[in-house]
Design a protein around this ligand. Structure first.
Ligand SMILES: Cc1cc2nc3c(=O)[nH]c(=O)nc-3n(C[C@H](O)[C@H](O)[C@H](O)COP(=O)(O)OP(=O)(O)OC[C@H]3O[C@@H](n4cnc5c(N)ncnc54)[C@H](O)[C@@H]3O)c2cc1C
Length: 319
C-alpha cells in the first residue's frame, strides 16, 4: 500500500497475479490445507506452473535469474495473506538456495543442482542452520562460529559432516540442504563452512515432523548428520568468505522472509476484520462506523507499519 511507488510495473503485475491466485485457489480451501497435505502440494505445483520457482534460478540454467529482495518480499507477503506455510515453502525452493553459489561463482554446485530447480516439478530446499545444541547461538555473529556445533572435516577430497540440526523448514522433504557447519571452533569466522548437501548423501537422516500449534502446512524436523560425505567443491566459497555470506546474506534473507510473512499474515487478518465489521451491523450501522471499533481497526494497522519499518532497518547495511 504505502510502498506502491517503490514497485516497478513488472512487480505490480506479479503482485496482482499472486493476489488473484490466492483469492481464487487458496482462500476457498485454506481451512482444509492442514488436514489434507495433497491439497497443499497441489498449490505448490500450481505455483511452479505459474513460473514462481523458475524465477529464483540463474538464467543460464533455465530460470529468469535471482529475484531482487523487493520481488521476493512481494511474493512472500501476498502468499502469506492466504497461508503462511505456502509462503514459507515457496520461499525455500531449492533454486533460492543457489543464490549464494551464484554470487560465490561456485560452478560445480550450480551445474550439479540448478537444472532440477528450473524444471516443471516442485524442488524444495532447506536451510540447515539451527544446531540442536545451540539454538539461537548458531546465528549470533558475536559468537564468531563457536555456537555452531555441527562439524565438517576435510578428509581427502570430501567433507565429512557430523552433528544435528533442529527445526529446519522442509527437513525430510527437500532435495538440497544448505548446511551451516564449523571446521574449527578456535579460528573464529574462518571456521564457518556453508556446505551444500543433497538429500541422497549417505548418513543423512531426519526426525519426525514437529507437532506445532499453527503454521502446520510447512514441515519442521530435526536433521542428523552421521559421517555425511560430500565432494569438497560443495563448500560454498571458503574460509572467511562463507562467514560473510552467512552473516551478510543468508541470515538476512531469513529475517526478510520472516518480516514479509508477518506482514502478509497481518494483512490477511486486517482484511477479514474490515470485511466483518462492514457486514456486521450494530445500532443501525456497520460496526466499523462506531468510533471504538474504528479505533481498534486503526490500532491493527499500526503494527503492520512497524513490521515494514523494522524490516527496512534490518536490511540496512551493517556498520
Ligand atoms: C516455524 C519455525 C521455522 C524454522 N525454520 C528454520 C529453518 O528453516 N532453518 C533453521 O536452521 N532453523 C529454523 N528454525 C529454528 C529457529 O531458527 C530457532 O528456533 C531459533 O534460532 C531459536 O533457537 P531456539 O528455538 O533453540 O531458541 P533458544 O536458543 O533456546 O532461545 C530461546 C529464547 O531465549 C532467548 N535468548 C537466547 N539467546 C539469547 C541471547 N543471546 N540474548 C537474549 N536472549 C536470548 C530468546 O528469547 C530466545 O527466543 C525454525 C523455527 C521455527 C519455530
Amino acid at each position: 500500500m504505502h510502498l506502491e511507488h517503490l514497485f516497478t510495473d513488472e512487480q505490480k503485475a506479479l503482485r496482482d497475479m499472486i493476489r488473484k491466485f490466492v483469492d481464487k485457489e487458496v482462500m476457498p480451501i485454506r481451512e482444509d490445507l492442514e488436514k489434507d497435505y495433497s491439497l497443499f502440494e497441489g498449490l505448490l505445483q500450481k505455483l511452479v506452473d505459474l513460473g514462481i520457482q523458475r524465477g529464483g534460478v540463474p538464467s543460464e540454467y533455465g530460470g529468469t535469474g535471482p529475484y531482487p529482495m523487493t520481488t521476493r518480499g512481494i511474493i512472500q507477503t501476498e502468499l502469506a495473506r492466504g497461508d503462511a506455510g505456502l509462503a514459507m515453502v515457496t520461499g525455500m525452493n531449492a533454486g533460492e538456495f543457489l543464490g549464494p553459489a551464484l554470487h560465490a561463482g561456485n560452478k560445480v554446485v550450480l551445474d550439479r543442482f540448478a537444472p532440477a530447480t528450473a524444471g516443471d516439478k516442485v524442488c524444495y530446499g532447506c536451510l540447515a542452520m539451527t544446531d540442536s545444541a545451540a539454538g539461537a547461538d548458531t546465528e549470533n555473529p558475536l559468537f564468531r562460529g563457536r555456537g555452531i556445533s555441527t562439524r565438517a572435516k576435510l578428509v581427502g577430497d570430501e567433507w565429512v559432516i557430523n552433528g544435528s540440526k533442529s527445526w529446519p523448514t522442509n527437513a525430510g522433504l527437500a532435495s538440497l540442504y544448505l548446511t551451516v557447519c564449523n571446521t574449527d571452533p578456535d579460528v573464529g569466522d574462518e571456521g564457518i563452512a556453508i556446505i551444500y548437501v543433497p538429500s541422497d548423501a549417505p548418513g543423512l537422516s531426519f526426525g519426525k515432523p514437529e507437532t506445532k500449534m499453527g503454521f502446520k502446512t510447512s514441515v519442521n524436523a530435526s536433521i542428523f548428520f552421521d559421517n555425511v560425505r560430500v565432494p569438497k567443491e560443495y563448500r560454498l566459497a571458503g574460509p572467511g568468505q562463507d562467514a560473510a555470506f552467512y552473516y551478510g546474506g543468508i541470515m538476512g534473507l531469513g529475517q526478510w522472509a520472516s518480516a514479509c510473512l508477518s506482514l502478509g499474515i497481518a494483512k490477511g487478518a486486517f482484511e477479514i476484520a474490515m470485511e466483518y465489521t462492514k457486514e456486521r451491523k450494530s445500532g443501525g450501522k456497520p460496526v466499523r462506523e462506531w468510533s471504538m471499533a474504528a479505533g481498534i481497526l486503526a490500532d491493527m494497522v499500526w503494527p503492520i507499519c512497524m513490521i515494514i519499518l523494522k524490516s527496512m532497518v534490518r536490511l540496512s547495511p551493517r556498520k
